[in-house]
Design a protein around this ligand. Structure first.
Ligand code: KG4
Ligand code: ZN
Length: 334
């Protein structure tokens, strides 16, 4: 088969990103325009502001990516687009851009689920080996997904309430860290000691997770300390929280390894950037002799590269969209 160059567009939250990837595995060029500095004054992403910035950025990001790749739109074989889930106004900007390009240049349009993108970020590291377990940990998702082959997704468990990234961001805010708090909390966790006793969530027989109880426990603890006129020890609280949050993921991963004989694991989503989780997953892999892949930092948080990579395998799976494709704020991975 001839080489395939896929142009991937991602705009589901606060990153506008365009990338070109060859054969689902080789990054040719990527441009990411992040809005973190804009939203940080508000303590989180403001959807309306995010949409406006996507509108402002999308053509520049596209042009810059083509320039960086030294390619023209005519050289691209297909266009992959995150159709959902995410912020609807943000998604629509990327989608309209993708549909316009597909129409003008007569290219196939490939719909990509955002979480499929996060999973396929791993194929930029090395080819996926099946069957595998994908540990999905992001701002909006916390799931265990089994894959017997490319684009065959089976969710075996997920969070019953908050996603792990959401929990990190809320706990970070309680500790007084600026948005996005997840990475800052991770850094602080390396400086403290595990001295606070926090409840380990959902130690049951399922593959599910729960993070709202842990979040409430931290909020209550901070509140009680304040009422007693005591200052929380931020670094210690970060360390204690990170230990419990990471353990709640690895305990269910170990359960899946033991019960299902898993041999290949990939980690996916923004929280895959977490140093505590990366180390804990490496330890699990060493203990059970698992073929583990964790994307490098640049592929963990939202980017067009992972969408272009997933788009290649979606294309091989026969997935195509026409110009009636719409964005979806929520959608199951299938
Ligand atoms: O995957 P992502 O970019 O967005 C979604 O698809 O949801 O993930 C963003 C999330 C945010 O909640 C952010 O705080 C978290 O990932 N995150 C981290 C770290 N880096 C990003 N959480 C903990 N530790 C990190 N190092
Ligand atoms: Zn994401």
């Amino acid at each position: 088969m001839k080489d395939m160059y896929i142009l991937g567009i991602e705009s589901s939250c606060d990153e506008t990103s365009v990338s070109i990837v060859k054969n689902g595995t080789k990054e040719i060029a990527t441009v990411i325009s992040s809005q973190i500095d804009i939203h940080k004054d508000y303590g989180g992403v403001v959807p309306e502001i995010a949409s406006r910035h996507h509108v402002k950025n999308i053509t520049m990001v596209l042009e810059e990516c083509l320039e960086k790749a030294n390619m023209k739109m005519e050289d691209v074989d297909a266009i992959a687009i995150t159709y959902g889930p995410g912020l609807i106004g943000s998604l629509l900007i990327g989608l309209e851009a993708a549909k316009t390009l597909a129409f003008i240049y007569n290219k196939p349009l490939i719909p990509v689920h955002h979480i499929a993108g996060h999973i396929y970020a791993n194929s930029l590291v090395k080819p996926l080996e099946f069957p595998l377990l994908a540990v999905v940990v992001s701002g909006g998702h916390t799931e265990l997904v089994e894959m017997v082959d490319h684009y065959k997704f089976k969710k075996i468990g997920g969070t019953l309430d908050d996603a792990i990234g959401e929990c990190y961001d809320k706990v970070a805010r309680v500790i007084g860290l600026e948005y996005p708090g997840g990475p800052k909390l991770d850094k602080l966790a390396a400086e403290g000691e595990d001295t606070y006793k926090l409840p380990v969530p959902l130690q049951d027989d399922s593959y599910n997770f729960s993070f709202s109880g842990l979040k409430s426990a931290v909020i209550n603890l901070a509140h009680n300390e304040e009422q007693r006129g005591q200052k929380i020890r931020e670094a210690d609280l970060a360390t204690s929280f990170q230990k419990v949050a990471v353990e709640s993921i690895t305990s269910k991963v170990k359960k899946a390894i033991e019960e299902k004989g898993i041999k290949n694991i990939v980690v996916a989503g923004g929280v895959a950037a977490n140093k505590g989780l990366r180390k804990a997953m490496e330890d699990v892999a060493a203990e059970y002799n698992i073929n583990l892949t964790i994307p490098p930092m640049k592929y963990c948080t939202d980017n067009g590269t992972m969408i272009a990579a997933a788009g290649y395998y979606a294309y091989l799976d026969g997935r195509r969209a026409d110009l009636t494709l719409n964005s979806k704020s929520q959608d199951t991975l299938k």
